[in-house]
Ligand binder design. Structure first.
Ligand SMILES: [Zn+2]
Length: 70
């Protein structure tokens, strides 16, 4: 386990999309509890740029790389 985030965020993620691709649902990690910081979220697979819009969805993750991540 890494300790780069606050302890209460470790291991937590939410399903969501990155940028304009709303078909691929990734596992997003980061400040999930702060709606004003959604751009700071990152996909587990590394898809998307820091400036891309991130949207959290109540959908099943379908990105194969995110699903394969530990
Ligand atoms: Zn992904």
């Amino acid at each position: 386990m890494s300790a780069k985030t606050r302890p209460d965020e470790m291991g937590e993620w939410a399903p969501g999309t990155v940028g304009e691709d709303v078909m691929t649902v990734h596992r997003l990690i980061g400040p999930l509890d702060d709606p004003g910081r959604t751009r700071e979220l990152k996909s587990v697979c590394g898809e998307g740029k820091a400036v891309d819009e991130k949207d959290i969805w109540a959908r099943a993750v379908n990105c194969p790389l995110c699903l394969a991540a530990p």
